[in-house]
Ligand binder design. Structure first.
Ligand code: C2O
Ligand code: CU
Length: 502
């Protein structure tokens, strides 16, 4: 496999050196210099109540991570006295954090102890098709009591996540998801205090019974169902301790099945250094950041306030379609509690850059993708369609191995759709087919309502039938899903997208 990152150089620039912060670093084009992370600046036990459990690697080989993972029902306390009978990996919510290094082999001995079939999909990881976790395409579903071994390498550094691909709106909504962090020991970001944050939500009643996956009927499907309990690493509104002004690196994944998170920290800045496919070309600083379903974000923050005070991380209202802002309130997500230590003297955050060579769009085939939601039929049925058909009537898109394609996705509906492609990273393009700056690798791109967006993908390896779908999983189940068959052979132009009238 030829990693996309072979041509990538990661560099860290520092404005100046600060004792107690990381040592200064100079970039060197021939070999990425390392920013040695300095000592922690966070108060003792700062992340105790929020930190993810980690999977236990039982393989002594330093380049192999080998774990057991079990899907089963478990009672989980998401807030004091609030217990839900959730579907879990290893009995917790979310599943354990799996950590590997770039290039490591990951072996997961998976056992399904649920009453239903399931699989695991490794969202964003460039796995071989046999490891992609799509039932009927990459593997048979794992039945109750059965096991399946996932075995693949993790070629690119980033935060990924894992979740089922069987009845995914139900199974993810019921609690089946976890984070996979693939680290590059040479990434040189140099911020010591790091957290992986899995954002999600879950719905359940007073007895702890899960809200049914079909609640609200067709309208629920069209809105995209959100659970009433918003979770950060499986807890409602946890607390994080921090020293005011001290930098932290947050790796965030939105594992909710429908909910978007527009994060705000009282307007304090977020510096986004990367996303789905690792570090991006240049960092971007903003007052809020949006994480749509399935997406990941790599941000540096240095929350500040008076010693002993508190700062709340909130999810602001974001209009992703009817039902997402009407009669809705801002949600409190997480409280940051400042220690009594004096604030860290204000220092610039490290400047993080990565040289990314964009795929050339030359010779790329344009592939039109039109997303529609026809008016509800007499039978009361609503279905999302891709090029005129819901997924159960769709034929695969076609691509030759080695082909480059520009997918032009026209969202003609009144809802946003975070569009996810399995197996490949892509690069977002503007209307003139130029890469959007700063360059970044993505696997999930939100297509806002009534908007057209495009991306360039190079089907350079790993032939197979790869899924794409909206990562509002209710939308996916409601029709907004399909596959692209990447076949061997030289590129041809005699193919494509077979729009069919239902
Ligand atoms: Cu998170 Cu089909 O994917
Ligand atoms: Cu959607």
């Amino acid at each position: 496999m030829r990693p996309h990152v072979a041509d990538v150089m990661l560099t860290t620039l520092r404005s100046f050196t600060l004792a107690g912060f990381a040592a200064g670093v100079l970039l060197c084009p021939a070999a990425a210099a390392l920013a040695q992370p300095g000592p922690s600046l966070a108060p003792a036990g700062w992340d105790e109540t929020i930190k993810l459990r980690e999977a236990v690697d039982k393989n002594p080989d330093p380049n192999i991570v080998e774990i057991d993972l079990e899907a089963r029902l478990a009672e989980v306390e998401v807030a004091p006295g609030k217990v839900v009978k959730a579907w879990t990996y290893d009995g917790g919510l979310p599943g354990p954090l799996i950590r590997t290094k770039v290039g490591d082999r990951l072996i997961v001995h998976f056992t399904n102890n649920l009453d239903e079939e399931t699989t695991i999909h490794w969202h964003g990881v460039r796995v071989p098709i046999e490891m992609d976790g799509v039932p009927g395409i990459s593997q048979p579903p794992v039945k109750k009591g059965e096991t399946f071994t996932y075995d693949f390498t993790t070629p690119d550094a980033s935060l990924y996540w894992y979740h089922p691909h069987v009845m995914s709106a139900a199974q993810v909504g019921f609690g089946l998801y976890g984070a996979l962090l693939v680290e590059d020991p040479a990434d040189g970001v140099g911020v010591t205090d790091q957290l992986t944050l899995v954002l999600s939500d879950i719905g359940f009643d007073k007895r702890g019974e899960l809200e049914p996956a079909d609640s609200g009927g067709p309208a629920g499907m069209v809105f995209g169902r959100e659970g009433a309990y918003v979770l950060v690493n499986g807890r409602t509104h946890p607390t994080l301790k921090a020293r005011a002004g001290a930098p932290q690196r947050w790796r965030i994944v939105n594992a909710a099945k429908s909910r978007f998170f527009l994060l705000d920290m009282d307007g304090q800045p977020f510096t986004t250094i990367g996303g789905d496919g690792g570090i991006q070309e240049e960092s971007v600083t903003s007052g809020t950041v949006l994480v749509t379903t399935g997406e990941r974000l790599d941000v540096l923050v240095a929350p500040t306030g008076a010693p002993g005070s508190k700062l709340v991380l909130r999810a602001m209202l974001y209009n992703r379609g009817y039902g997402s802002v009407q009669y809705r309130d801002v949600e409190e997500i997480l409280t940051i509690e400042f220690s009594n230590e004096p604030p860290v003297k204000k220092v610039p955050l490290p400047t993080v850059r990565r040289t990314i060579t964009p795929t050339s769009a030359e010779g790329a085939t344009h592939v039109p993708v039109v997303l529609t939601l026809p008016p509800q039929g007499k039978d009361g049925v609503s279905e999302f369609r891709v090029n005129g058909v819901p997924y159960w009537e769709a034929k695969p898109f076609l691509a030759s191995l080695g082909e480059k394609q520009i997918w032009v996705i026209n969202n003609d509906t009144d809802w946003d759709h975070p569009f996810h492609l399995h197996g490949y990273f892509f690069m977002q393009l503007d209307e003139k087919d130029q890469p959007v700056k700063p360059l970044a690798w993505k696997d999930t791109l939100n297509i806002p309502m009534k908007t057209t967006m495009r991306f360039l993908v190079h089907f350079d390896e790993r032939p197979g039938e790869w899924m794409f779908h909206c990562h509002i999983l209710d939308h996916a189940e409601g029709g907004l899903m399909g596959t692209v068959l990447v076949g061997p052979g030289s590129p041809t132009t005699s193919h494509h997208v077979h729009p069919r009238k239902p």
